[in-house]
Design a protein around this ligand. Structure first.
Ligand SMILES: NC(=O)c1ccc[n+]([C@@H]2O[C@H](COP(=O)([O-])OP(=O)(O)OC[C@H]3O[C@@H](n4cnc5c(N)ncnc54)[C@H](OP(=O)(O)O)[C@@H]3O)[C@@H](O)[C@H]2O)c1
Length: 402
């Protein structure tokens, strides 16, 4: 438990931790009490030094609640917008603190109190402005943070292909792995031409028993800084209608391959003292998923594995992230035998992953996906969620496979 607290408060100046803790208290204790329990007649809200009372105070408490909630998230996750948002908000409080005593008391007394009340907040406003780079530190280039080469599995299509493009744009050399060598060759040529990085093509079937070992041997001589365990397949349909070979291959690729590949390459990352491991999971792993049961289970496995490794390896300089996309426009749906449906773009998904890497153990791409995944698992009971999930999956699964 104490390590968890340390993790929450690490990498931030003490005064910023103080403001974050205050925001958390306001979000989870004070504002709910203020809004839902405090009598309306006693309510007061101050915005820009103007005091609102009664029903207006109740209404204007909601934006306050939102601001404090956003601050907890922004401080905790070091979001780039937080530096400016904190400066503006505390600046607004400073203006309020200055105006309020003058309006209230007038004369010399009011001015004196205005200076006394506003000074700490003016100081805090300046401190946030000066510390704004703290919120972009996590965005130091991937090259600076991890350096060297990346191994991207599943790089011949979809999310993996986009990972390779994004990493190459940052000057990271890319080892590209999948079964279709010709697609990898074309991507390698593109990355070398456009971004001047080195590439290596590794045609390998990770679902085969010795696939991960072959892959590890193929990058053994490289200064590997990032391992992107992304290759994966789904299989839509009722459990008894899916062949056992296909299910086995799915478990091999989605579960065993990341375990074996990470296990083989981790000593090298640990020896360099810095590196990153990404595992592409899925929101499918957040709840039981009838008609996609084995796939969902493999992605739950990936989530648990990655979140555990995040904690194990945090102090060794290795960042671990489980990326959990929702539906994404790739070859995945066709390969899984799903009826085509809408999805996010691979660019959005990969941007989300690289933005969260080093900041948190897992990230769900897209706020609607986040809402669905969390609402389902936290509000509903597990059997209820399973029945709702089946209804969703029925729409995406061909009739003969239901
Ligand atoms: N698209 C979605 O809606 C979605 C949603 C949530 C999670 N995900 C996850 O995102 C990851 C990437 O999927 P995607 O959407 O980008 O799908 P995709 O477009 O089908 O790409 C899958 C990649 O994995 C490779 N691959 C498949 N079987 C392989 C094997 N046996 N050995 C080595 N490589 C293999 C494929 O290349 P080859 O065929 O050339 O081998 C391809 O490069 C997967 O882990 C998937 O579960 C996808």
């Amino acid at each position: 438990m104490s390590d968890w607290w340390r993790e929450i408060f690490r990498d931030r100046p003490w005064w910023m931790n103080g403001v974050m803790a205050f925001s958390a208290w306001m979000t989870f204790v004070y504002m709910p009490w203020d809004i839902f329990i405090k009598p309306t007649a006693l309510d007061q809200e101050v915005w820009f030094g103007i005091v609102f009372t009664g029903a207006w105070a109740k209404i204007l408490a909601f934006p306050h609640w939102f601001v404090y909630g956003a601050a907890v998230y922004g401080f905790r996750r070091r979001r780039p917008w937080m530096g400016l948002a904190a400066t503006l908000y505390v600046g607004q409080v400073a203006i309020g603190m200055f105006i309020w005593p003058i309006l209230h008391y007038g004369s010399l007394m009011g001015w004196l109190l205005a200076f006394i009340a506003a000074t700490p907040f003016i100081g805090l406003t300046l401190a946030f402005w000066n510390a704004r780079d703290h919120f972009s530190e996590g965005r130091r280039s991937l090259q600076e943070r991890y350096g060297g080469w990346a191994l991207v599995t599943g790089a011949s299509a979809g999310i993996g292909e986009e990972f390779a493009r994004a990493l190459a744009r940052e000057g990271i050399h890319c080892a590209l792995l999948a079964r279709r060598a010709e697609k990898l060759e074309a991507l390698a040529e593109e990355l070398e031409t456009l971004h001047g990085v080195e590439t290596r093509v590794i045609a390998c079937d990770l679902a085969e028993a010795d696939g991960p070992e072959q892959a590890a041997a193929a990058v053994a001589d490289l200064d590997l800084g990032l391992l992107i365990n992304n290759a994966g397949v789904g299989g839509a349909g009722r459990f008894d209608k899916l062949g056992i070979h296909r299910l086995r291959q799915m478990v091999n690729l989605n579960c065993l391959a990341p375990v074996a590949l990470t296990h083989a390459l981790l000593p090298g990352l640990m020896a360099r003292g810095r590196g990153a491991i990404v595992i592409t999971g899925s929101v499918a792993g957040r709840q039981p998923l009838p008609l996609h049961g084995v796939y969902g289970a493999t992605k739950a496995f990936d989530l648990m594995l990655g979140e555990s490794l995040y904690v194990e390896l945090r102090d060794q300089g290795i960042d671990v992230l489980v990326l959990e996309p929702g539906s994404t426009v790739t070859e995945f749906q066709e390969v899984a035998g799903e009826i085509q449906h809408h999805g996010q773009s691979v660019v959005e998904v990969v941007e989300t992953a690289l933005g969260a890497l080093g900041q948190q153990p897992s990230v769900i791409s897209g706020w609607m996906n986040w809402l669905r995944a969390n609402a389902a698992s936290r509000i509903g009971s597990r059997p209820m969620v399973a029945y709702v999930a089946r209804e969703v999956m029925e729409v995406q699964t061909p009739a003969d496979m239901r």
